[in-house]
Write a new protein. Structure first.
Ligand code: FAD
Ligand code: NAP
Length: 544
């Protein structure tokens, strides 16, 4: 890797410094790897993190049952072959505590902690036209200037807390799955209400139901879920992956979502019903989001999609004993256009006598009361309330920071009609600002750890390139950005993804513009990023 000269503004790592080469916001997997790469370039960089530890998603989401839904062997870094060999996952799908231990291990193994400033929420990042530098201010009142600013703030880090009428009147504790108490919560003997039935709810409901005296589940949209078939990792398969980890990664990276979904390009409609059912059955028993890789047109053709949707619906009907209840749990939308979930005993939990499903699809929650909540004329009572209501995804964390580019342009203003980026990495008018897994990149529609690494590698190579050539600023051009935004949209509209009210579209947040935010297709995206760099950062304007 090329080493570049330290810039004149580089300061050493003593506390209290205010002038740096780079500020990185966020100490999740993206932020800590970014720090590692910038340090390797000889740059003075500091990570500012709101929490008091590393891990991001895995630091905040400590609800019962939280775990990854991409195989542990794939949901990990690959930048260090040694790290890859030495780390041993214990389960097929690792738990939140194990992933958090991994994030801490990586931080210490690469001696990153000393350049991470915890309990520091960034309030504003303002570009100064005169100096060509960023001024970053924190809620603690510090101000740091830097040549480069990297937003590693996460796509699912800004919680969505619907402002129900009467919320302030609830007499018991209220939790959000995305900001769970570190000490854990004991629900024994408690009556609990949970709002939401997305991935977080689907993971936590079976465990909360085992503990609580009673659990009320408030469902607005029923979700499709496939059993995780989780268990201890098979040591033989670990050995065979580790024998040539690089080849395993390379193979998976060629898949549409950058993950081993064993995607079959055939059409679901080209095979006999019996064969199709056998395939769905096999994938159901294997247990993976790769259920949707069964056929190449499941996310393109409504008719093909319906075959997979109906298979899952029948599974729900066979698991849930009360037929009327089963019908309430049966999703009606296209399968996959909201994220498919992976569960351990979710649907069967509704056979328990202490679990009640309340359908709020047509009669919304009207208000939170001191002892529960009200839907039409019925008040449901409980002692504790859980919001499993998700996130202001992809743009939320960025727009919470007052980011201002050239001429004082606010990012929020620029993105008022939806996020606009070039490759999800940069946005016109905001020189030397990079976003990791930003809107317009595969991001949440990929295995995120390899996507994070790909972005961090690209950004560090870009910084190395401009820094060595004495380039003062690098900025996406309006033209390149417009073409990319159009392309991201065009690709999405060749699929079924825009067909339902998903957070990919911003539809879960009242007033948020409906723009399909992630880019569909890891392999073509990676090729495009490489081409842009190889052509001297085509689509970017470089000033000296
Ligand atoms: P994050 O981990 O979100 O880290 C961002 C950090 O930035 C946070 O620590 C936050 O505190 C900090 N931050 C934000 N704003 C500020 C600010 N203004 N000032 C200072 N600090 C700030 N992806 C997968 O590919 N597979 C999975 O199985 C999977 N499971 C998931 C399970 C859950 C419950 C959730 C919520 C997400 C899951 N994801 C999964 C997506 C997951 O977010 C990514 O895989 C990955 O962890 C994101 O890392 P990151 O560093 O980009 O962002
Ligand atoms: P989510 O998928 O957005 O689910 C939020 C749930 O809350 C939905 O059921 C939603 O209903 C409901 N909701 C929101 N506002 C509501 C309101 N005002 N009234 C009633 N219901 C309301 O959020 P999430 O479950 O936290 O998951 C977010 C993403 O994080 C996932 O899609 C996934 O990418 C990631 N994740 C992954 C895992 C994993 O398995 N590894 C686990 C958790 C999270 P509607 O559907 O009707 O909007």
């Amino acid at each position: 890797m090329p080493v570049i000269q330290k810039s004149a503004v580089t300061s050493q790592t003593e506390p209290g410094r205010t002038s740096l080469d780079a500020v990185i916001v966020g100490a999740g997997f993206a932020g800590i790897y970014m720090l590692h790469r910038l340090r390797q370039l000889g740059l003075a960089a500091r990570v500012l993190e709101a929490g008091d530890g590393v891990g991001g998603t895995w630091y905040w989401n400590r609800y019962p049952g939280a775990r990854c839904d991409v195989l542990s062997m794939e949901y990990s870094y690959q930048f260090s072959p040694e790290l890859q060999q030495e780390w041993a996952w214990s389960e097929r799908y690792a738990t939140q505590p194990e992933i958090l231990r991994y994030a801490n291990h990586v931080t210490d193994r690469f001696d990153l902690r000393r350049d991470i400033q915890f309990n520091t929420r960034v309030r504003a990042a303002v570009f100064d036209d005169a100096s060509g530098r960023w001024a970053i201010t924190t809620e603690r009142g510090e101000s740091i200037t830097a040549t480069y600013c990297v937003m590693a703030t996460g796509c699912l880090s800004s919680t969505n807390r619907p402002q129900f009428k009467g919320l302030e009147n609830f007499s018991g504790p209220i939790y959000h799955t995305g900001d769970w108490p570190h000490a854990g919560v004991d629900f024994s003997g408690q009556r609990v209400g949970i709002i939401g039935t997305g991935s977080s709810a689907i993971q936590s409901i079976p465990l909360i139901a085992e503990q609580a005296a009673h659990l009320h589940v408030f469902q607005r949209t029923a979700s499709y879920s496939v059993p995780a078939q989780n268990g201890p990792l098979d040591l033989d398969s670990v050995k065979s992956i580790k024998a040539d980890y690089a080849a395993y990664r390379a193979r998976n990276w060629q898949q549409p979502f950058g993950v081993d979904f064993r995607t079959n390009p055939e059409s679901a409609l080209s095979v006999a019903v019996e064969e199709r059912t056998r395939e769905y059955e096999a994938r159901w028993h294997y247990g993976s989001l790769g259920f949707l890789g069964a056929y190449g047109d499941l996310l393109v053709s409504g008719e093909a999609n319906e075959t997979a949707a109906e298979f899952i619906r029948d599974k729900i009907r066979s698991i849930v004993k009360d037929p009327a209840l089963a019908e309430k749990l049966v999703p009606r939308q296209v399968v996959g256009c909201k994220r498919l979930c992976l569960d351990s005993g979710y649907y069967a939990t509704f056979n328990r006598p202490n679990v009640t499903l309340v359908d709020v699809s047509t009669t919304p929650i009207e208000e939170i009361t001191p002892h529960g909540l009200r839907v039409q004329d019925t008040e449901y009572t409980f002692d504790r309330l859980i919001f499993a209501t998700g996130f202001d995804a992809m743009t939320g964390a960025l727009e919470k920071i007052d980011i201002r580019g050239k001429g004082g342009l606010a990012l929020k203003t620029k993105w008022a009609a939806g996020p606009r980026t070039y490759l999800g990495l940069a946005t016109a008018g905001f020189p030397n600002l990079f976003t990791i897994t930003g809107p317009g990149s595969p991001s949440v529609l990929s295995n995120m750890l390899p996507s994070i690494e790909q972005h961090v590698n690209w950004v560090s190579e870009c910084i190395d390139y401009v820094h060595r050539r004495g380039v003062r600023t690098i900025e996406a051009t309006e033209d390149a950005e417009s073409q990319w935004v159009e392309h991201v949209n065009a690709v999405a509209h060749t699929t079924l993804y825009p067909n339902c009210n998903s957070w990919y579209l911003g539809a879960n947040i009242p007033g948020k513009p409906r723009i399909f935010m992630p880019y569909l297709g890891v392999p073509p995206y990676v090729v495009k990023c490489k081409e842009v760099a190889a052509r001297g950062y085509e689509g970017f304007a470089l000033t000296v």
